[in-house]
Write a protein that binds this ligand. Structure first.
Ligand code: FCB
Length: 482
């Protein structure tokens, strides 16, 4: 496949360099870092309810305090500045801004994001805001949640509020983070909030997330300066058949449909794929679900596509007993709605602490495939990183060579994709800080910066210093210069 170059893409200078102006960032999400769960008018989101439900999150951990970013954001921005970050991708807690998910905004909630973005701008760091990183206001879930069409309209109202409040200082907006997880893990396998296990509700949620995205792009556009950019972040599965048998190819087709094209189809191309609708026709009446005009709304142009990548997805025809290796947590209910007979496999035995296979080629393939299928669409790696069992040495250091190797290999994959024509504009490491890793609680550490949760002390890991060097040079270290 030959990827097509876009006019704006610059030529990389040397074998280890990134294009001039390449955006170097780190990412977090509101519920995972903020804490202050009941302060300044914030009400519970579905993740507050879920994490407070016994048995849902490892060790009974909750995001009540998390990394206390709500109170420590100034120090955290100073840390970002020390590392030389060019951009910070954070998310906004909807129920901090609109406690019931509807109606007027709470100024105290908005003020936090005004203070945070001001602090970033003063430090010379570009704020990148995500409107929704999985934390639906509980009141909206009580009214039916994402399976309910009205939620998409509530989301558009919230987008309008945020566009008005921060449009003068935030230039890049992401509507949804990984709607696949919201729909398929939240309403399908139930390993994420709100913990429902209903295949029809899952597909309805997916469509209303798509609709919410489109409506939100419209609401943002109407309230943002023309220079502002809009995007959505998808966790596209880099799907590979286990063997070249026709049965495994069919399994790969099905998982690509229900894992990827359920979003890329309507958002990028304005259609739901026929094969997806056929695979799931026994679960949902698509003609009833998708109203006239929805697809035009959903496919409003975006400026950038955010791509999150951690590991590839290897599949074979099976009976669904091999679902545990899909990387999305254990459940008796498959998240692969309509294709729950497919089995999943690890791509290799080089695993992170999440038991995800380390496979940088998957990122290269994802980016170059997107460049080939959508050559005019700029891309941004909005999350990539790894959890390992980090600890503080007696000298007070956190030495994490495995994370450095992971980042190096994946950044090399990004650089190669750029060299081969993919228009990748930036890279955000997941995560700036160790944080609340959803159903794994605090047991998994993804941060470039270690957080001692008993004191909230921050200790930049060796990988943070390594990443700072990459940013400074806009290049990877050459061999022998690590
Ligand atoms: C992604 C999520 C992010 C984090 C990483 C490890 O799916 O967007 O919040 O949990 O995985």
């Amino acid at each position: 496949m030959t990827a097509v170059r876009t006019e704006t893409k610059a030529e990389p200078a040397a074998a280890t360099s990134f294009p001039p102006g390449f955006v170097w960032g780190a990412a977090t999400a509101a519920y995972q870092v903020e804490g202050a769960a009941a302060e300044d008018g914030r009400t519970p989101s579905i993740w507050d309810t879920f994490s407070h439900t016994p048995g849902k999150v490892r060790n009974g951990d909750t995001g009540d305090i998390a990394a206390d970013h709500y109170h420590r954001y100034r120090d955290d921005v100073a840390l970002m500045k020390d590392l030389g970050l060019g951009a910070y991708r954070f998310s906004i807690s909807w129920s901090r801004v609109q406690p019931t998910g509807r109606g007027p905004a709470v100024e105290r909630g908005l003020d936090f994001y005004r203070r945070l973005t001001d602090e970033l701008l003063e430090a010379g760091i570009t704020p990148v805001a995500t409107l929704y990183h999985w934390d639906l206001p509980q009141e909206l879930e009580d009214a039916g949640g994402w399976p309910q069409r009205d939620t998409a309209h509530r989301f558009a109202d919230y987008a309008e509020i945020m566009g008005r409040a921060l449009g003068d200082r935030v230039g890049l907006w992401t509507t949804l983070n990984e709607p696949w997880c919201s729909a398929f893990l939240g309403y399908g396998s139930g390993v994420h909030a709100p913990g429902r296990t209903d295949p029809a509700a899952t597909l309805r949620a997916a469509h209303h997330l798509n609709l919410g995205h489109g409506l939100a792009v419209g609401a943002l556009r109407a309230n943002l300066p023309a220079s502002a950019q809009t995007s959505i972040t998808l966790n596209l599965h880099q799907v590979r058949p286990l063997t070249d048998s026709p049965e495994d190819a069919e399994a790969a087709r099905r998982i690509d449909a229900v894992g990827n094209r359920v979003f890329t189809g309507p958002v990028l191309d304005g259609v739901y794929p026929d094969d997806l609708m056929a695979d799931t026709a026994h679960l949902v009446d698509w003609a009833e679900l998708v109203h006239d005009g929805d697809l035009a709304e959903i496919s409003r142009p975006i400026d950038v596509l955010g791509v999150n990548y951690y590991a590839p997805t290897v599949v074979s025809a099976g009976d669904g007993t091999g679902t545990k290796n899909d990387g999305h947590g254990a459940s008796d209910h498959s998240p692969w709605t309509g294709s729950d007979h497919v089995d999943f496999h690890l791509a290799n035995d080089q695993l992170t602490a999440m038991n995800w296979a380390i496979d940088p080629d998957g990122l290269y393939t994802l980016l170059t495939d997107l460049a080939a299928s959508h050559p005019q669409l700029p891309l941004m790696v909005t999350e990539n990183g790894a959890a390992f069992d980090d600890y503080v040495s007696p000298e007070g250091l956190v030495n994490d060579p495995q994370r450095i190797a992971y980042l190096h290999a994946h950044l090399e994959a990004v650089r190669r994709a750029v060299a081969d024509g993919a228009d990748v504009r930036g890279y955000f490491l997941w995560s700036l800080l160790d944080n609340f890793e959803w159903s794994y609680g605090y047991s998994k550490r993804f941060g470039a910066v270690y957080v001692d949760y008993s004191t909230q002390r921050r200790i930049p890991k060796e990988s943070a210093h390594w990443y700072a060097g990459v940013i400074r040079r806009n290049a990877l270290p050459a061999a022998g210069q690590e």
